[in-house]
Design a protein around this ligand. Structure first.
Ligand code: S3P
Length: 457
């Protein structure tokens, strides 16, 4: 299969690619203790729910990244007052469910699919007009998965080419609550509908065939909102009654397990390493990567269990390990959907064939990630194949040749995974764009260097 760029690059990006000197090189003896920044999914939701609560909320450990800033800016434009007083301390004065004002200007959601899809849901039950747009990656991602069901609340959406941003939303004057059975396993779609339901009179229900991350449900309860969940006929029914109240909270956001995944895998595959990662969220709807690593023989110990924001966190201790190949079942995909690029790096360092099954959703992430993984592995000498929606990696514990230039196509997870791959490759790996990492893990390079990674500009 031939490697082709996913997005048309503008001249600026081409120049950056040609002049890129960002190198990740063979590293060993990783050592030390780090704390991972706040979970991205929970951070978006805390900003939205605090903005809808009546009164002042304090959010500690909010992820201070460009994606979460898009949500902050959006909620400010609807009338909430939000102050990021220190690096990760945020004070929000909410305006109450039912009180969003019409924004004066279009809202730019940058690279953030979660921000745009959740807020498309939120505005659909308000009698206001909102204009949504995003960057070169976000404007190529499918939006009808959210706007189609939201139309049933009574909202009207104008999408570019019937699928993409920019989108103009005219929210419902008299919203009608809905019952919706999910067509794709997507927490963003589920959350968009639940947020829309908050301002619809009566009961809104979402029916999931496959469970997706449940942070919206957990946080709604934490903000004092009644929400019911029950399992019937192997389906998950989630219901809430709209037009009630959210109470302000003092909340601490747990560390992001998808960000922790990069130092964890680095610690496992770099020789003679022993690292500690504090305060990592582990939720059964998010822990697929960790289950895979355990099955592969990873030496990870979980200690200091705590309850933060209705979620469980652990401190992890990670030691260099000799990993085994893995066959990852399709059913596991929703619980690890963001973590396949870094699992692909771990699988490349095993002796034998790993298969990741059922990856169709990877094609509609910040880039076509299935192709992105194929590209960054094959360019660095790894034997990899795409077979329909499956990825097949024939790894080697000796590590790959490396030496390739990785095009990240505005995808932070491809950028970080390539950097970890460079740490076990014979020749350094070059990456075209590290700016994109700021969307989810702004101090990634600093923390990796602190552990001993040989990364240089
Ligand atoms: C997210 C849901 C997932 C995930 C994304 C964050 C969320 O997307 O990939 O990074 O916070 O709800 P999908 O809902 O498209 O699976």
């Amino acid at each position: 299969m031939s490697a082709k760029p996913l997005l048309t690059m503008n001249q600026d990006q081409k120049n950056k690619t040609l002049s890129s000197n960002f190198l990740s090189s063979k590293s060993s003896d990783l050592n030390g203790e780090i704390t991972i920044p706040g979970d991205k999914s929970i951070s978006h939701r805390c900003v939205i729910l605090s903005s809808l609560a009546i009164g002042e909320s304090k959010i500690n450990g909010l992820l201070n990244s460009s994606d979460v800033n898009c949500t902050i800016n959006a909620m400010k434009s609807f009338g909430a007052s939000i102050d990021m007083s220190s690096n990760d301390e945020c004070t929000v004065n909410g305006i109450g469910i039912g009180s969003l004002k019409q924004p004066d200007n279009p809202i730019d959601f940058g690279n953030s699919g979660t921000a745009v899809r959740l807020i498309l849901g939120l505005v659909s039950t308000y009698p206001i007009e909102t204009h949504f747009t995003g960057d070169e990656s976000l404007t190529q991602r499918p939006m009808r998965r959210v706007t189609d069901p939201l139309t049933d609340f009574g909202a009207n959406f104008e999408l570019r080419n019937k699928e993409f941003l920019p989108i103009v939303v005219k929210g419902a004057n008299l919203p009608i609550p809905i019952t919706y059975e999910m067509e794709v396993a997507s927490a963003q779609v589920k959350s968009a509908i639940l947020l829309a339901g908050l301002n619809a009179p009566g009961i809104t229900t979402v029916v999931e065939k496959e469970k997706t991350r449940d942070h919206t449900e957990t946080l709604l309860k934490y903000y004092g909102y009644e929400i019911s969940q029950e399992e019937r006929n192997n389906k998950n029914f989630i219901s809430l009654e709209g037009q009630k109240y959210l109470s302000p909270v003092n909340i601490k956001v747990p560390g992001d397990p998808s960000s922790a995944a990069y130092p964890v895998v680095a610690g496992l595959i770099c020789k003679n390493s022993n690292i500690k990662i504090k305060n990592v969220l582990l939720n059964p709807t998010r822990d697929g990567l960790y289950r895979c690593l355990d099955e592969m023989g990873a030496k990870i110990t979980y200690s200091n269990k705590k309850n933060e924001a209705g979620e469980i966190t652990y401190d992890l201790e990670v030691k260099s390990s000799s990993l085994k190949p893995i066959d990852v079942p399709a059913e596991r995909a929703p619980s690890m959907i963001d973590d396949y690029p870094i699992l692909a790096v771990a699988a490349s360092l095993t002796n034998g064939i790993s298969i990741f099954r059922g990856l169709s959703e990877l094609k509609v992430k910040e880039s076509d990630r299935l192709l992105g993984i194929y590209n960054f592995l094959s360019k660095n000498g790894i034997d990899v194949k795409i077979d329909s929606n499956n990825l097949i990696i024939n790894g080697s514990s000796g590590g790959p040749k490396g030496g390739g230039l990785v095009e990240t196509n505005l995808d932070h997870r491809i950028a970080m995974s390539s950097i970890i791959l460079g740490m076990v490759s014979d020749e350094s790996i070059r990456i075209d764009d590290i700016e994109t990492i700021k969307t989810s893990f702004p101090n990634f390079i600093e923390l990796m260097k602190k552990l001993g990674a040989r990364i240089s500009v």
